[in-house]
Design a protein around this ligand. Structure first.
Ligand code: GLA
Ligand code: ZN
Length: 678
């Protein structure tokens, strides 16, 4: 049974906003949805203005009608709380709900995701609305989940947030002395004497735009880092207030909010601990590689201990907010949907069912477009996928990814690396993680994305790219893991600071020195276009972005720099530690290097590819009590052939295919296979 909707089949549907149309249209929507095999709608995402026209009035007439209609048509509901955009009267009467931007500018009414998370008004009225909804619709047994607000995010720098920040710091540090110590305010004489001295880090205080790069920077990493943690926590508190309000009336219904994958602003690993299940919105840009989308799915699956998630939104055809809104090509929506399932999705939903006629999303794709007809390419594709999903039923539900290798991802580290002043603005956390993920993806090796809280024992290989921040105690976890036979990999500029962004003295990589058996003396940041090189496995590979200049202290060099004054110094090392090994890649290299490196490493550690495929064809596996499922996904626009490495039954075509059979994937084609044991 799916952890999500407690359903025995995969649900299929999307955001539905009938409040934008007259009732005659609703009946037509119901007919078309049934035709497309849609069985779930997310309703009430942005209706606060209608539900609460003033301070004391709540009006559920329209929502009642929508809820009745949907129930009468046999559809499940994911019920949203509408708190992602506040009503105009509230902004007029209670301006504390309006956000203040980083430059100190107080906003007026407008936009969405616009409420200050520390506004007393927001914290009063948002949970109140959620509670009223839960009380009113508690007996609708077709509600399968709650959807709080919408895509939480952004920042606020108002006075209420400033006060709340001081409280948050007081709670974390206890005394002003501890704050001074952890922010290292002795630097530039920034010592705080009183809690009131502490102001939010923004363009009025510690932040500025760097003239050379146009990038935002901070002069005090400690306070900026804590602000990110604070604002993430502030919004999480808002989520929790609504969560608790809903649970009073519907304690058994699971609650989520739609996340945005690699969204830097919120520590989703912390958020997931308060959510009943993870759901997220997948809008790849046309330039995003299939590996990037796969990574985002894996990141989302990893938030809640590798449990399945819900694909809450994707466009059936096109977005409207990118500079060039390229149509998804025929078959592409289907391919991306099955890719989501292959990586852990237990439900597939669209934004949105019917295309609006006004405002900024009127050209956003929808199942039913402005023509209102079923004989469109998009509708046909949605209906065809609906039929496939119906036929697959519950087969994939609760399926796990059999990963033996993991990549560590840590929001604190992400913030800290990119707030770092030096050594290089080219050090980008997400890109560095992608370097490794992309290489594993190309080898069809399943990867779990894990947090610093997760256990490591299940993995033969753990990769922690750019582990700049090592939280106190994490070095011990890594040591224990390697001692017992694990293989650990990390990269340049790792082991530098603790969770306060304070440098560990005694030489880099700090508390990772013992495990890695090296001492990094200096870091050379190469400007764009400059390269060094190193040889590995008989090939010369580029070294760029950053070159760590290191000495061996027990480790063995696997590759040396070949140019400049540090030619002959190690670039890549391995250290035998207990029964395992720890690798340090002291520089950034190219795709070929990461693939060669991981290919060898996986071979040595017995981490297997799920299936060999030609370039551009992805193979991913999910396993559950019903069996093991191999999903073959052709991301190219050419026909491709895969030679099977096992015996399977084809779930969509109903035929069986044997080991060594050549199976053909049409362009953007998908094959869903169930393993057969002969
Ligand atoms: C987000 C939002 C939706 C809609 C879509 C458009 O994911 O949650 O309300 O705006 O983007 O792509
Ligand atoms: Zn605020």
């Amino acid at each position: 049974m799916s952890c999500y909707y407690k359903e025995k089949r995969m649900l299929y549907g999307g955001d539905y906003n009938p409040e934008q149309w007259p009732k005659e249209v609703w009946e037509e929507d119901m007919r078309l949805m049934a035709q497309a095999h849609i069985n779930i709608v997310t309703v009430n995402v942005f209706s606060w203005a209608a539900l609460q026209p003033d301070e004391d009035t709540y009006d559920f007439t329209k929502l009642d009608a929508i809820m009745e209609l949907v129930r009468a048509n046999g559809m499940k509901v994911c019920l949203a709380t509408s708190t992602g955009a506040h009503p105009a009267w509230m902004a007029r009467k209670h301006p504390d709900i309006l956000r203040t931007e980083k430059n100190g500018m107080k906003r007026k009414f407008g936009g969405r995701h616009n409420s200050c998370p520390n506004s007393p008004t927001y914290r009063k009225y948002a949970p109140k609305l959620a509670e009223k909804l839960a009380e009113r619709y508690r007996d609708f047994d077709n509600i399968v989940a709650w959807h709080i607000s919408n895509e939480f995010g952004g920042e606020c720098y108002c006075e209420n947030c400033e006060k709340a920040f001081r409280k948050w710091l007081k709670n974390k540090y206890g005394s002003i002395e501890e704050v001074n110590r952890s922010f290292d305010t002795a630097f530039w004489g920034h010592t705080f004497y009183d809690w009131e001295d502490i102001v939010l880090p923004n363009f009025l205080s510690e932040h500025f735009i760097d003239g050379a790069t146009g990038q935002e920077r901070t002069m005090f990493q400690g306070i900026s880092l804590d602000y990110m943690r604070f604002i993430s926590d502030s919004m999480l508190e808002c989520f929790q207030l609504e969560y608790d309000a809903i649970k009073k009336f519907t304690p058994d219904l699971p609650i989520t909010t739609n996340l945005m994958a690699a969204y830097k602003g919120l520590d989703y690993q912390k958020w997931a601990r308060s959510m009943d299940f993870v759901s997220w919105d997948n809008y790849p840009a046309p330039s995003d590689s299939p590996a990037m989308t796969a990574f985002r799915h894996d990141l989302m699956r990893g938030l809640d201990g590798q449990k399945p998630f819900v694909l809450m939104e994707q466009t059936p055809s096109v977005t409207n907010w990118q500079p060039y809104n390229r149509l998804k090509r025929p078959g592409e929506m289907r391919l991306l949907s099955w890719q989501a399932v292959a990586h852990g999705a237990d439900a597939i939903q669209f934004f949105q069912i019917r295309r609006s006629i006004g405002a900024c999303e009127k050209y956003h794709g929808a199942v039913i477009d402005h023509a209102g007809r079923a004989d469109t390419r998009v509708f046909r594709e949605v209906a065809q996928l609906g039929e496939e999903i119906k036929n697959i039923g519950g087969l994939f539900l609760d399926g796990k990814t059999p990963a033996r290798a993991a990549i560590l991802f840590d929001w604190d580290n992400w913030w800290a690396v990119e707030y770092s002043a030096g050594p290089s603005v080219r050090m980008k956390y997400l890109d560095t993680v992608q370097d490794f993920y992309q290489a594993a993806f190309a080898l069809n090796v399943p990867i779990d994305i894990i947090s610093t809280q997760d256990a490591l024992d299940a993995y033969r290989v753990v990769i922690a790219p750019l582990l700049y921040m090592v939280k106190r105690g994490y070095e011990q976890k890594l040591q224990d893991y390697v001692k017992k036979g694990g293989t650990f990999v990390t990269s340049y500029f790792s082991g530098i600071v603790d969770e306060y962004d304070l440098v560990d003295e005694g030489g880099y990589p700090g508390r990772l020195r013992e495990l890695l058996g090296i001492w990094v003396e200096e870091n050379d940041a190469l400007p764009q276009g400059e390269q060094n090189a190193f040889s590995y496995c008989g090939r010369r590979h580029p070294a760029d972005i950053l070159c760590d200049l290191m000495h061996l202290e027990g480790a063995e060099a696997l590759g040396m720099y070949e140019e400049d004054f540090y030619a002959g110094m190690p670039a890549l090392t391995v250290h035998s530690y207990g029964e395992g090994k720890a690798y340090y890649i002291g520089t950034h290299s190219d795709e070929e290097f990461y693939q060669t490196f991981l290919d060898r490493l996986f071979l040595q550690t017995g981490v297997q590819s799920v299936q060999q495929t030609p370039f551009g064809v992805e193979a991913a596996v999910r396993e559950n009590a019903n069996g093991a499922y191999l999903c073959l996904l052709n991301h190219t626009t050419e026909k491709k052939t895969v030679v099977l490495e096992g015996d399977y039954e084809d779930l969509l075509e109903g035929c069986s295919c044997n080991c060594h059979d050549e199976i053909v994937l049409e362009k953007k084609g998908v094959r869903l296979l169930r393993r057969v044991h002969k």
